[in-house]
Design a protein around this ligand. Structure first.
Ligand code: ATP
Length: 528
């Protein structure tokens, strides 16, 4: 019960509400209505209940009994036959009243915490072998918002975390690791989910990462997604057709590689078909993380190879060109091989290595090319030797290849640092590429690329495919919106790699069986 002072307080509060509203109510009937409502006895009782609950909440009482309703009914049965005093009759009558029964059953529900959400049973269509990986998550909302939004993916039916609010409970509990984080595995007790922390940060709570076993099971269950088809493929194309226009342009005395701007219709279609092929044939489930080990580079050692990848037209060559101009003694590019005739202004070993078809095909058979292809009946290619030559000069070799060619240089010998150049959002693409002409050199004015709306869409789709299929190999992702910003970010990242005392490199480059030899660290690619 409310004390007399508290009760008076409530009445005074309600009266002051009334006097406050007096000046705002023009009509007498409105005023009367408000008055009768605020002075209503039931409203005052509700206030009392509210106050009482507040006090209980502070005390956090523990229920003495969880089955008060059945106890009352048992007791009523016993009493009917044993005693006929008036007090007993009154008690039995009270027990049989529906509102009293209702009160006791609510009491029991609260005591048994029956108000918490019930979980749905595991669906029948979950595969038996999947059972271990089904996690039942119960989210109980407290006063603090969780700070995460979940949504159901319409096509797959999967429940996914759509967003995590910065600073919210979910964010603070370190739910998400990010691509590139170096993690230390702190517990492998569970067969399916291991616990990991950021390397050197043992104070924060560990997060979960899928175990090796779970990943292997995922790979085994993975079905190829042969759903994505190109929109306008008119004719079949040869494997590995180069989609570059081969011009041999000189830039400040430094040659571009053969992967230059796309110019012909055939080239455009080749690019699209290639993407479709990889979509169907390379649908291997990429690992969530890879094992890494520390690498201390001896200053006398050669620089790591810098591999630049990105969808056609995104600006890989533009970035490469700016790097070369910024420090021609430090950065270098490979000289490609070709089987076409040498032009008057070209020099052997500077513009191209001009070789016979027979020699070129022999080199193909001997796996001497990182990447090769045909354009207008001629072979063009980048050889492993040409990469070696640039590195042997003590330069940082910048290599621009398709992501599915990274595997040819993904070795301890080259220790590639892979940079993925990604297009920005479509609005920014439209805005920045319209200015493409302004940022190119006088020499390039004629070859400046004009982008259509379709090119932008292709670029974005192709970037998504590359990221989903080869994202685990990317050390750095640079969004090329504003070219000056992208260039600064790229240069800073490359300098950091060169200067870092310790670099984390895949364990497989050094150990023949990394999982057996060491299982302490993982470089996370993409894990939610
Ligand atoms: N951030 C940018 N803003 C405006 N224009 C850009 C930007 N980046 C590149 N460009 C322009 O876009 C065009 C294509 O760039 P670039 O040749 O570097 O693409 P690429 O990724 O190397 O393509 P490909 O692999 O087909 O050769 C060029 O004219 C270049 O100057």
């Amino acid at each position: 019960m409310l004390s007399r002072t508290e009760h008076r307080g409530v009445c005074r509060l309600l009266s002051s509400v009334m006097s406050g509203t007096e000046s705002h109510t023009d009509r007498e009937e409105d005023y009367r209505f408000l008055h009768s409502m605020l002075m209503e006895k039931k409203l005052h009782l509700l206030f009392k209940i509210h106050e009482r609950l507040k006090r209980f909440e502070k005390r956090s009482p523990i229920p003495v009994q969880e089955h008060a309703a059945s106890l009352a009914s048992d007791l009523a049965e016993e009493l009917i036959y044993q005693d006929c005093r008036d007090e007993v009759k009154e008690l039995v009558a009270l027990f049989s009243k529906p509102n009293f029964k209702g009160l006791l059953s609510v009491h029991d529900a609260v005591a048994q915490r029956d108000f918490e959400p019930t979980l749905q049973p595991i669906p029948d269509d979950v595969l038996e072998e999947d059972e271990d990986s089904v996690k039942i998550v119960s989210l109980v909302k407290t006063k603090d918002p969780l700070g995460a939004t979940i949504k159901r993916d319409k096509s797959t039916g999967a429940i996914v975390v759509a967003r995590i609010m910065r600073g919210g409970a979910a964010d603070k509990s370190a739910v998400a690791f990010e691509r590139g984080d170096v993690l230390q595995i702190v517990s492998m007790d569970d067969d399916t989910w291991w616990q990991a922390c950021h390397l050197g940060d043992n104070n924060t709570r560990a997060g979960l990462i899928p175990s090796q076993q779970l990943h292997e099971r995922r790979v085994a269950l993975h079905r190829p997604k042969a759903l994505f088809k190109p929109r306008r493929v008119k004719r079949p194309v040869l494997e590995d057709i180069v989609h570059g226009a081969i011009t041999g342009i000189h830039i400040a005395g430094l040659r571009r590689s053969f992967r230059l701007g796309r110019q012909s219709i055939l080239d455009g279609e080749a690019a699209r078909s290639r993407r479709w092929r990889t979509g169907v044939h390379s649908s291997v489930c990429p690992p969530t993380y890879i094992e890494v080990i520390p690498y201390h580079r001896d200053p006398k050692e050669r620089h790591r190879l810098v591999v630049l990848v990105g969808p056609s037209g995104v600006g890989v060559n533009e970035l490469k060109r700016r790097l070369l101009i910024s420090d021609p003694d430090h950065y270098g590019v490979t000289v490609p091989h070709t089987t076409r005739e040498k032009r008057r202004q070209e020099n052997e070993g500077v513009d191209y290595h001009f070789v016979s078809i027979h020699m070129f095909e022999e080199d193909i058979l001997n796996n001497r090319f990182v990447e090769y292809g045909r354009h207008r009946g001629h072979y063009y290619g980048t050889s492993l030797d040409s990469v070696h030559r640039v590195m042997a000069e003590g330069k940082v070799c910048l290599l621009h290849v398709h992501p599915n060619k990274i595997k040819h240089v993904y070795t301890s010998e080259f220790k590639p640092y892979v940079v993925f150049v990604k297009p920005p959002h479509i609005q920014e693409l439209r805005h920045t590429r319209r200015r493409a002409e302004l940022i190119c050199t006088e020499e390039d004015k004629n070859s400046v690329r004009i982008f259509s709306e379709e090119d932008f869409e292709d670029m974005i789709n192709s970037a998504e495919t590359m990221e989903s299929q080869s994202g685990q190999l990317f050390d750095k992702v640079i969004v090329n919106g504003d070219i000056a910003v992208a260039f600064r970010e790229l240069k800073a990242a490359l300098e950091k790699v060169e200067e870092a005392e310790v670099q984390w490199i895949p364990a497989e480059w050094i150990c023949s069986s990394p999982t057996k030899s060491r299982r302490s660290c993982g470089q996370l690619d993409s894990w939610i």
